[in-house]
Design a protein around this ligand. Structure first.
Ligand code: FEO
Length: 386
């Protein structure tokens, strides 16, 4: 059994069977559903697991308890990837108390039909749960990622149990060649991105704590260089620019719009743009494209007119951005249309409600294939985006 500290044990599971996380996200390296137990005078279990792994998780728990009984099950988040083991747990350990927010108890009843309030402790902001040497301090974290979410801080080991925050895609036994940020960023903007203000509120509470260990519900336990992770979360949740450069997103039917996007990328590189990312929205992972749009401070959108609107993948992409509160950006537009181009107007209309966002003056209008004039416009747009 994994020891995080002398008294905190890891009892989570790895999932290599899953096809789509939350029914939407590809997870080529699988997924981890983390759970922990604190062994003190009292024992506290921190969250459960996904429905496919309840038996394995109960085995991990029993092994960590080594004959002891659990006193508490602390439920930080009711989404089923962490809460599907609650029912089996309360049946196996009828004397254990369940600790959760009032909203979480309501959700437990809605998910399982069980009213656990009679054997529960309702946690509120600032409440504590003494275990012996360890005392859990509860921090409510509404909308990070659901409204019932709370986190726990254990001052003895300086450990923050952060629920979904600081999580990432990927099983813990998979090799992560890209480093933590890549899949953590895709996870953050896909799943929590809309709730930047709520993440900022929790980061402010966390700033008052001496945190040496972050125990999230997904991804690795973080024990070193915590400033790196906290800084990234601050940038992401404040919709700041993480990486200087330009991200170019395109859709293309016969390759002409793609050629324009690629020419723009080439010109940007020639002009010394520090980083240029290019995504084909029909073929690349949409969640990767979304994280790139939030990663860079400047983006260019290139698409065709389609049914007097825009190509469907571009429409879907822009909707992913706007529903996540896209803001603080500079946007360039390239449209294509063989008889009645309307794409730039449609894209601008979809994005004009984004806070603190400006559009490049140069708008490239292609009437099927690029002309020499279009090429000059693209060079001009590249200069403007630097
Ligand atoms: Fe990992 Fe919001 O559940």
């Amino acid at each position: 059994m994994n020891s995080i500290t002398r008294d905190i044990r890891y009892i989570g599971v790895n999932d290599h069977e899953i096809d789509l996380f939350e029914g939407m996200y590809v997870v080529p390296n699988g997924m981890a559903y983390n759970s922990y137990v604190i062994l003190d005078e009292k024992t506290a279990v921190m969250d459960t697991t996904d429905r496919h792994f309840v038996d394995a998780w109960l085995d991990n728990l029993a092994a960590a308890l080594d004959g002891r009984k659990p006193d508490y099950l602390v439920v930080h988040h009711m989404e089923p990837d962490h809460s599907a083991g609650i029912e089996a747990f309360v049946k196996k350990y009828p004397e254990a108390q369940v600790v959760a927010t009032a909203k979480a108890f309501t959700m437990m009843k809605n998910f399982t039909g069980l009213d656990l309030t009679a054997r529960g402790i309702t946690a509120k902001e600032g409440d504590t749960l003494p275990l012996g040497a360890h005392t859990l301090h509860f921090i409510t974290a509404p909308m990070v990622h659901w409204p019932e979410v709370m986190m726990s801080y254990d001052a003895a080991d300086k450990a923050l149990f952060s629920a979904d925050a600081f999580g990432k895609f990927g099983a813990l036994d998979a090799v992560d060649e890209e480093g933590w940020a890549c899949e953590a960023r895709r996870y953050y903007f896909g799943i929590v991105g809309k709730y930047g203000a709520q993440v900022q509120a929790v980061l402010k509470k966390a700033a008052a704590l001496d945190i040496q260990i972050i125990c999230p519900l997904h991804g690795p336990v973080l024990q070193e260089d915590l400033g790196y992770y906290l800084d990234l979360y601050n940038t992401w949740s404040s919709y700041g620019t993480e990486t200087e450069g330009v991200a170019v997103f395109y859709t293309s039917v016969y390759g002409h719009t793609k050629a324009a996007a690629e020419l723009l990328a080439e010109k940007l590189k020639e002009l010394g743009c520090p980083k240029v990312a290019v995504s084909d929205l029909a073929r690349d992972d949409m969640a990767e494209a979304v994280e790139d749009a939030f990663r860079y401070g400047k983006i260019v959108l290139a698409t065709t007119t389609y049914n007097a609107d825009i190509f469907p993948f571009m429409r879907e992409f822009i909707e992913h951005l706007t529903e996540r509160g896209y803001q603080n950006r500079k946007i360039g537009l390239i449209e294509n249309g063989s008889w009645a181009p309307t794409a730039a107007k449609v894209m601008k209309g979809m994005l004009e409600g984004c806070k603190n966002t400006t559009f490049a003056e140069t708008e490239v209008k292609i009437l099927s294939a690029m002309t020499e004039e279009n090429k000059a416009q693209i060079e001009q747009l590249a200069k403007e985006m630097l």
